[in-house]
Design a protein around this ligand. Structure first.
Ligand SMILES: Cc1ncc(COP(=O)(O)O)c(C=O)c1O
Length: 392
């Protein structure tokens, strides 16, 4: 765990120091390749001994390095990597740390896309996977009593915002001799210091809070320099490397991460309270509410509860659908973490690829709705919800 030199907001804006001279905003270096003054230098660069990010774009680039240094400062890591998507980041972690015959413990309550990747790719590849609910401590402890290679968790979970106990899981991982990788997309590095809580690697779908404007696709992985170097080899081999423009846009977004998430934390809390008091609502899942089953745990490992919440409308799926179709300001869309408030039923988005009985086992009903709270005026979001309630 690296100690940041500056506060979170300063690191997000200036990286880990900042040159005394030069452009305030970095230039975009669009070149896919770089010139060398001699064959000797070319050979040294190919061996990674000089100019690591000025050789060939798939091996790295100045804009990639700049974002990665900033992500390291925000996650408190020695190193980090930027990928072309969150799934590219997650799959690179798996391919770097697992082989056919490896054993992986996967938290049952995670993003459906990750579950599908495990099921459609890792299991046919020969990885022995055990799905365990993080809330059944006994089952988790017993899974960790045997040697494992990787434990993969997500907290808060998509969509119900359940909280995995990162300190405890990291201890269990050590017992199993496994590395612990955690997807902290819902929290963002602003609300949760995932590595300081014991995880070996933290993954973000940068498409969400890091990007923050629903206009880019990316992913990050942060951790020790040694682990990140193993993952970088996979990124280079498999090629899911974003280009310079993407990296530049992400760097620009990171500068406002703190103010965006701070505001989203506050608005989501207000909306969660509004929804829980509403007679047409059956249940609200927001870790900031004392009624949330993991509220105490969330308080102990998050500095803010995030901009995501889920809720069940009384009347199940048909009523939930009518409610959503009646919204005017809040957009019906997958994805999350942007400046716009978005709503979607997980059965048609994040968990569409998961069989219905498994979805229900994870606590996601056909009427569950997921809300990603944006940066609009709070009164306008509440007013849109209020009007839609009148339609059901
Ligand atoms: C929690 C979580 N992890 C990972 C991903 C995958 O990210 P991407 O769509 O950037 O590949 C998503 C996407 O919705 C997600 O919600």
């Amino acid at each position: 765990m690296e100690q940041p030199r500056h506060g979170f907001e300063t690191s997000a804006i200036h990286g880990d120091g900042g040159a005394r001279e030069g452009p305030v905003s970095p230039s975009i270096v669009t070149a896919s390749t770089f010139r060398f003054s001699s064959v000797e230098d070319l050979a040294l660069a190919n061996a990674g001994k000089i100019r690591k990010d000025r050789f060939y774009l798939r091996y790295g680039s100045p804009n990639l390095t700049s974002v990665e240094e900033r992500v390291s400062a925000l996650e408190g890591s020695e190193a980090s990597l930027l990928f072309a998507s969150g799934m590219a980041a997650i799959s690179a972690v798996a391919f770097a740390l697992l082989r056919p015959g490896s054993r992986m413990i996967v938290q049952r309550e995670i993003y459906g896309g990750t579950l599908s990747f495990v099921r459609d790719v890792l299991i046919p590849w020969g990885v022995a996977v055990e799905f365990v609910s993080i809330h059944e401590r006994g089952a988790f402890e017993s899974a960790c009593s045997r040697k494992a290679d990787l434990i993969f968790t997500e907290t808060p979970t998509n969509p119900l915002c359940r909280i995995a106990d990162l300190r405890d899981i990291s201890k269990q991982a050590a017992r199993a001799g496994a590395l612990h990788a955690c997807d902290a997309t819902f929290a963002s590095p602003y609300n949760q210091k995932t590595l300081a809580l014991g995880a070996d690697l933290v993954v973000q779908s940068a498409t969400k809070y890091l990007g923050g404007h629903s206009d880019l696709l990316g992913g990050t992985v942060a951790g020790s320099a040694a682990l990140v170097a193993r993952i970088e080899t996979i990124r280079r081999r498999m090629g899911a490397v974003p280009d310079a423009q993407l990296a530049w846009r992400l760097e620009r977004s990171l500068k406002t991460l703190a103010v965006r998430v701070e505001r989203q934390n506050r608005s989501a809390f207000e909306i969660a309270q509004f929804l829980s008091a509403h007679p047409k609502i059956e249940k609200v899942y927001y870790p900031g509410l004392p009624s949330h089953p993991d509220h105490v745990l969330a308080r102990s490992q998050m500095s803010g509860f995030g901009g995501m919440l889920a809720f069940d409308v009384r009347g199940g799926e048909p009523t939930a659908r009518k409610f959503v179709n009646s919204l005017e300001l809040i957009a019906i869309a997958p994805s999350l973490g942007g400046v716009e408030t978005l709503i979607s039923p997980p059965m048609h988005t994040s968990h569409a690829s998961i069989p219905p009985e498994e979805r229900r086992r994870a606590g996601i009903s056909d009427g569950s709705l997921r809300l990603s709270v944006g940066l609009e005026s709070l009164e306008d979001i509440v007013s849109d919800l209020t009007k839609a309630f009148l339609s059901i």
